[in-house]
Design a protein around this ligand. Structure first.
Ligand code: CMX
Length: 136
């Protein structure tokens, strides 16, 4: 498989509105808006940085995986998302290489993208997302 670029870096925050001014007003990034990914119990906000993005993740319920992450680690980097040409082929390739996956088949992410997570135990403790087809 080949990775095309870093699509986005996900940062877990308690509150998107509180975190937004730093990225939008201090760092001067273009704020692209928010979206709820109900299936994963998160609300996300995107900020453009060249051809990549910062994605702020706010939990929408106490059972959200991001709420659990915040409880355990506090606010901070949650995942790195790499864009691939063909997500199904990338997942097949990783399985053939016996890389531990969280998602063996793609699921729906923000901006209409198909996404899949590699298990952090297989990637040095960094949650790794592969994505394809984002509207960006
Ligand atoms: N960074 C590092 N380690 C993490 C982690 C993270 N962000 N999230 C979970 N882990 C660890 C857990 O601590 C756990 O470790 P142990 O086995 O040692 O306890 C292990 O990974 C498995 O975690 P889990 O929560 O038990 O596993 P699940 O399969 O239930 O869920 C995951 C895994 C990553 C999908 C979920 O925790 C999560 O973060 N979901 C939200 C995903 C998200 O960001 N969605 C929005 C995406 C929008 C987009 O980008 O398009």
């Amino acid at each position: 498989m080949t990775t095309k670029k870093i699509n986005h870096i996900g940062i877990a925050v308690k509150n998107i509105e509180t975190a937004t001014p730093f990225y939008r007003d201090v760092l001067g990034m273009n704020f692209e808006g928010t979206e709820e990914v109900a299936e994963q119990q998160v609300r996300v906000a995107f900020f453009q940085v060249g051809e990549s993005r910062i994605e702020l993740l706010e939990p929408t319920s106490p059972d959200s995986p991001v709420a659990k992450f915040l409880e355990k680690n506090g606010e901070g980097i949650h995942h790195i998302a790499y864009e691939v040409d063909d997500l199904e082929a990338a997942l097949a390739d990783l399985q053939a290489k016996e890389v531990r996956l969280i998602d063996k088949t793609p699921r729906k992410g923000a901006h209409g993208a198909s996404i899949a997570f590699v298990h952090p135990k297989a990637s040095g403790g960094v949650l790794t997302e592969l994505c394809h087809g984002s509207k960006h």
